[in-house]
Design a protein around this ligand. Sequence first.
Ligand code: ATP
Length: 265
Amino acid sequence: MHLTVERLHIALDGNAILRDVNLEARTGDIVGLVGPNGSGKSTLLRTVYRSLRPADGVVRVGDDDVWRLSARAAARRTAAVLQDSCGNTTGLTVTEIVALGRAPHHGLLGRDGAEDHRAVEEAIDHCGVRPYAERDYASLSGGERQRVLLARALAQDPRLLVLDELTNHLDIRARFELLELVRATGTTTLAVLHDLDLAARLCDHLVVLHEGAVVAAGTVLEVLTPQVLGEVFGVRASTRRHDDGVIRITYAAQPLAADVPAPRG
Ligand SMILES: Nc1ncnc2c1ncn2[C@@H]1O[C@H](COP(=O)(O)OP(=O)(O)OP(=O)(O)O)[C@@H](O)[C@H]1O
């Protein structure tokens, strides 16, 4: 399903955090939300997965304003993987954690049916967590846990995936693997990523937030221009598609500093 964010305003404790934010992810697209620390990325995600009601503006998943849906109906559409987001997992196995993703689909009796079982097994296989499916979640490494949290989100059978720094703390191979798993789902995805190289590899489109406002949006090459990299991220860098088809960013040895003019040539 497509995601549309229109004219979003958020103020917290009297401070404007998001100002007139507009954003779109077409069905099946992976949209990366990037920006410096404190630019409002997580706040924007919170309004999308319905944990923070906006002061003004609309978040639509499909044709419906998520803030007009019930929490349960919204959770059947949108699954989020957040940083350190598993809650109390004491004594739960990996399979039990993944099965938690089915909660929005349960009826009043809250029992698992055949459809729940199928979704959990499929998510376990898709994310490659079968080898430790019966282990205590608490015994897993950070990378293994992230896979399990993604599996829990996929078991939810969402139409929109919301990811906040899914690959934090992971080694480079694990990052690539996890992002490939996301791509292979074909699910519309809004992902906060700090690593711009990963964002360039994974995303169909990027949206750059700076001080609570969208300052650029479009394809990776349209967005990660030397000007945006300099003015928003404070680095001197350029972006281009290499012969192997991968878009890479090349950073100059010296980061930009306001009082140091960029060298000529
Ligand atoms: N409850 C609050 N009251 C006041 N300000 C808040 C509150 N919650 C967040 N903020 C501020 O809103 C701004 C945006 O925070 P947010 O977490 O959305 O940024 P971010 O882009 O996700 O940052 P990071 O990349 O560091 O995770 C920050 O300046 C933060 O301090």
